[in-house]
Design a protein around this ligand. Structure first.
Ligand SMILES: [Zn+2]
Length: 73
C-alpha cells in the first residue's frame, strides 16, 4: 500500500489572468490500495479510476500531433 504524490509547475495555454498565467502547481495523488488517481489543478480536483485514466492517456496518445498534448511512450 502506498500513497504517492507528484507535483509540477505548469502554465495555462490560454492566459488565465489579464497579465498572463503566473504558473500553477499541479499535483497527482495515487492511492495504490484503491488504485485511485486524483489531480489537483488550479483549485479543481479531478478523480479517476485506473480504466478511466488509462483510456484518457491512450486517447491523448492517439492524437499523435505536434500541436496537441505530448504523451511520451
Ligand atoms: Zn494559469
Amino acid at each position: 500500500m502506498a500513497n504517492i504524490e507528484r507535483s509540477l509547475t505548469y502554465r495555462c495555454s490560454d492566459d488565465c489572468e489579464m497579465s498572463g498565467c503566473p504558473g500553477h502547481t499541479g499535483i497527482l495523488f495515487h492511492q495504490s490500495t484503491s488504485d485511485a488517481y486524483s489531480f489537483s489543478l488550479n483549485g479543481r480536483i479531478l478523480h479517476f479510476e485506473r480504466g478511466e485514466l488509462q483510456a484518457l492517456v491512450d486517447l491523448l496518445r492517439s492524437l499523435d500531433r505536434i500541436d496537441a498534448v505530448q504523451v511520451k511512450p
